[in-house]
Design a binder for this molecule. Structure first.
Ligand code: 6PG
Length: 467
């Protein structure tokens, strides 16, 4: 009969996906470039139907036709060389799926390259980390829809399930799946940074002890902010260092790493005129965090205000912070979903925004209660220009925008750095500005470079001799 699917690349994510598939009744052939990881997985797999192979040919030949191969290897050149190693053993109609964090343009290129051989290719965004991969990730498959249909029974089975629905839906052609995963990560950066800024206010401005901040996050996680990132933040704040017994978070060096997907989100947005300032500020906050060696001396050189120990009513201000965080989150998701909408138009992808929100409700890192609301907004108005103008969010932001202003103002007057909360408010205020100062910029451009301008009262293109 042969194995029903093959998994190549048995690091943390690959072995978890293989175990997930086996636990759902698939017969899984597994292969890794080095045999040690294959052996480790076999030991871990117990009674699951995991079948190890130590050469590519044997691995491929063990699969039922059309062969289905799921790659979980490091994004970049490795994907190309793995594909090259597979191609001589495959036949037209066989399907390769790339589940790594590949650049969506690479995925489109690989799709085109394989098309001429008759081998089908899907770029599958996978989110959820190790636990998600094992128990149910969110999956974003892109490529030919009829090819997706052939693997859908497996993908929908291994995906997270929310209210009986799999967190897996066909996204669109070629690199669309990896594009959606990329922007997911950009939103993830913004979400994380906004949470960090809310935490900073609670800790530095309101002087709330860490364990109480953990309690606050736990309480927030029972309401409209309910999300995986809020949940893990509460856990993180409670964690003590084994060595010192002190909060572990205070022992972690304040330099944030990144693997490139957030950066690609910003680059793609900048290249295509898509304003994703919160996502980009969150990326820059990571970059600035790496300037630790400069920040430390600067902290003694550069003046700032003293943090005021004024009597802010804790309960009142904790609620302001909660509302400010929610506002920031709405603006960040509005930017990410605008990036989906605009790019979808650019490539004619017809991205299913309502369904993307639905598959983000489970499995993935940005899973959150309010994705239901986002999905409903797109269900009600498919072509809505921006999430901010969806009736639900119009009402919400009417109520919460004041809190965002208060938190930023208080924080900034105390010298706290709030790049992403501030970017959220700027985005919100810029978006609701009917007549902006962009006219002055146009005049400046025309003054020094004869770049011409349009008028508000007459059609056409104009130049003025300004002197
Ligand atoms: C996911 C995550 C994952 C990503 C990590 C780290 O959805 O499971 O997005 O794909 O690799 O979150 O990303 P950074 O190293 O860029 O922070």
């Amino acid at each position: 009969m042969g194995n029903t699917i093959g998994v190549m690349g048995l690091g943390v994510m690959g072995s978890s996906i293989a175990l997930n598939m086996a636990s759902k009744g698939e017969k899984v052939a597994v292969y890794n470039y080095t045999p040690d990881l294959t052996d480790q997985l076999v030991q871990k797999s117990g009674h699951e139907e995991i079948y190890p192979y130590y050469d590519v040919q044997g691995f491929v030949q063990s699969l039922q036709s059309p062969r289905k191969i799921f790659l979980m290897v490091t994004a970049g050149k490795v994907v190309d060389s793995v594909i090259q190693s597979l191609v001589p053993h495959l036949e037209p109609g066989d399907i390769i799926m790339d589940g790594g964090n590949s650049n969506y343009e690479d995925t489109a290129r690989r799709y085109d390259e394989l098309k001429v051989t008759g081998i089908d290719y899907l770029g599958v965004g996978v989110s959820g980390g190790e636990e998600g991969a094992l128990k149910g990730p969110s999956l974003m498959p892109g490529g030919d829809e009829e090819v997706y249909e052939k693997v859908a029974p497996i993908l929908t089975k291994i995906a997270a399930q929310v209210e009986g629905q799999p967190c897996c839906v066909y996204i669109g052609p070629k690199g669309a799946g990896h594009f959606v995963k990329m922007v997911h990560n950009g939103i993830e950066y913004a979400d994380m940074q906004l949470i960090a800024e809310a935490y900073t206010f609670l800790r530095e401005k309101l002087h709330i002890p860490l364990t109480e901040i953990a309690d606050i996050f736990e309480t927030w996680n029972q309401g409209e902010l309910k999300s995986y990132l809020i949940e893990i933040t509460a856990d993180i704040l409670r964690k003590q260092d084994d060595k010192t017994g002190l909060p572990l978070v205070d022992r972690i060096l304040d330099k944030t790493g990144q693997n490139g997907t957030g950066k690609w989100t910003s680059i793609q947005a900048i290249d295509n005129g898509i304003p994703v300032s919160i996502i980009t500020e969150s990326l820059f906050a990571r970059y600035l965090s790496h300037k630790k060696e400069e920040r430390v001396p600067a902290s003694t050189l550069l003046a700032g205000p003293e943090i005021q120990n004024d009597d802010l009513d804790q309960d009142v201000w904790v609620e302001y912070v909660r509302q400010a965080l929610y506002m920031g989150k709405v603006c960040a998701y509005a930017q990410g979903f605008t990036q989906y909408k605009m790019t979808s138009g650019l490539y004619d992808w017809n991205l299913p925004l309502k369904d993307i929100a639905l598959i983000f409700r489970g499995g993935c890192i940005i899973r959150a209660e309010f994705l239901n609301t986002i999905s409903k907004a797109y269900e009600a108005q498919r072509g809505i220009a921006n999430l901010l103008v969806a009736p639900y969010f119009v009402e919400k932001t009417k109520e919460y925008q004041v809190s965002l202003r208060k938190v930023i103002t208080e924080g900034v007057m105390s010298g706290l750095s709030f790049p992403s909360l501030s970017a959220s408010l700027s985005y919100y205020d810029s978006y609701r500005t009917a007549n902006s100062s962009a006219n002055l910029l146009q005049a400046q451009r025309d003054y020094f470079g004869a770049h011409r301008y349009e008028r508000t009262d007459v059609e056409g293109s104009f130049h003025t001799n300004w002197k």
